[in-house]
Design a protein around this ligand. Structure first.
Ligand code: ATP
Length: 427
């Protein structure tokens, strides 16, 4: 049986992955947990999300489906943050005999939920069409993510990464976390590039330890289950109450839709789109840097490197009108939040300067209005200014925001195979 769960937490506490870790332990008495549990990140632009728009799925081989259903429902009812207005849990059960019949539509629902905006109605319609056992609470919005997570479990074709999640003792949940920073740096040094986003070295931020009042102590992301576990073993911290390794679509760019024209871009979806820089990037209050991207359709879209992207903004500020780029990111309020940028080609720009004296190599001075230039020392003369190519101090290639500003779904360059990935600034 596959169990999909979503929307159990609030900004004040809990985390759906924690509920999953508890269930994995408790459901063991009713059968064998098959495969690794799944943690899916869904459309990152959804306003209803608490933090990272996550949902989970667990697969169990059981002779007691009725007891499993009862246990899952009772756990959701005791752990979910039901008092929060924004918490609207949903749970789906897909029985073994329904797998092959339900798989095509559930897989499609999963991919659509990562890339598009879905309605509660569409989730309910699919549940009744497929005859699935489901339970929604309050507004029942969690049914969307829960359904998507079951689709992810039934689909073995998507690119995946892994995350080891360590959870805290309940008595500590709202208190500051105790994690030895040096041990986290050591773990990163040993395991990078097989683990990533543990540390943001440029900005000196420990990325793997959250600040929110939820049960997560830290999360280690990496390319396989064994590596994330060994990286976690190097970390010294307060007692880890329990842990779980999830297979996940984090770091895969699954949310991105390739579009050939800016005119096809819609709000609340994420894209890869190519175009030309249409103005000199400018910085607004709050430190966010923005430029306009245009293409042959005659349409434009504002692209933003927000303040948390720190040094990445320097790169964006050095773009010039006419540069050809491909941007990757989510669109909200008609603005694309840049996650990565590929600089395809840079325009050649010139500046005019006083000419250089051919004798002493020093720059000449003006000899007066309409009188050209003169070297004071050598007395040489020139009648026109020099046209110099501006040094762009920038190379074509693909650049990304730092780990501390990375979206869960964004694929880090360390996972790219192409050889034009640039570390800016270098790690
Ligand atoms: P949690 O840890 O509880 O999962 P979260 O940050 O992941 O927290 P949720 O609390 O799950 O956020 O809230 C997201 C809500 O948005 C869920 O109810 C989910 O079903 C719904 N949702 C997810 N993706 C979409 C989508 N593409 N379209 C519409 N609703 C969505």
């Amino acid at each position: 049986m596959i169990i999909g769960i979503d929307d159990t937490d609030s900004r004040q506490g809990m985390c759906t992955t924690y509920l999953g870790a508890v269930l994995i332990e408790e459901l063991n008495v009713y059968g064998d947990i098959k495969e690794l549990p799944i943690l899916v990140r869904l459309n990152p632009t959804i306003p209803y999300k608490t933090r990272g728009n996550a949902a989970i799925a667990i697969q169990i081989d059981t002779k007691y489906p009725g007891r499993v259903i009862e246990q899952v429902i009772s756990k959701i009812e005791s752990l979910a943050e039901m008092q929060s207005e924004k918490t609207n849990p949903g749970v789906i059960f897909v029985q073994d005999e329904d797998y092959s019949r339900a798989a095509p539509e559930l897989k499609r629902f999963f991919h659509n939920t990562v890339q598009h905006v879905m309605t509660i109605e569409s989730a309910k319609n699919l549940i009744s069409k497929l005859g699935l056992t489901a339970k929604g609470y309050k507004r029942e919005r969690g049914l969307i993510g829960a359904l998507a997570a079951t689709g992810a479990m039934l689909d073995d074709k998507w690119d995946c990464t892994y995350e080891y999640l360590a959870y805290r003792k309940k008595s500590l949940w709202r208190l500051p976390r105790t994690v030895d920073e040096k041990s986290v740096y050591r773990s990163d040094l040993t395991c990078y590039p097989n683990t990533w986003d543990t540390i943001d070295r440029t900005n000196k931020v420990v990325v793997c330890v959250p600040k929110s009042p939820d049960p997560v102590l830290y999360g280690i992301r990496g390319k396989d289950a064994g590596t994330v576990k060994s990286a976690a073993e190097m970390i010294e911290s307060e007692t880890v109450d329990r842990s779980a390794v999830y297979r996940t679509n984090q770091g895969t760019d699954m949310h991105l839709i390739n579009v050939f024209s800016i005119k096809d871009i819609e709000d609340m979806q994420s894209y890869v789109v190519k175009g030309t820089v249409k103005n000199t990037p400018y910085t607004i209050e709050g430190g966010h840097t923005i430029f306009s991207l245009g293409d042959s359709s005659g349409y434009y879209i504002d692209c933003a490197a927000y303040e948390p992207t720190k040094n990445f903004r320097y790169l964006i500020r050095s773009l010039m009108t006419g540069d050809n780029v491909t941007v990757y990111g989510s669109v909200k309020n008609q603005t694309l939040n840049i996650e990565k940028i590929r600089i395809n080609s840079l325009v050649t720009k010139y500046e005019t300067k006083n000419p250089v004296c051919p004798v002493c190599n020093k720059r000449m001075k003006s000899a007066g209005i309409n009188q050209g230039f003169r070297c004071r020392k050598c007395k040489t003369k020139a009648y026109s200014s020099a046209k110099l190519e501006i040094d762009r101090e920038l190379e074509p290639g693909i650049y990304e925001v730092p780990p501390s500003a990375r979206r869960h779904l964004a694929k880090p360059l360390v996972r790219f195979e192409s050889n034009d990935c640039k570390l800016f600034p270098s790690r």
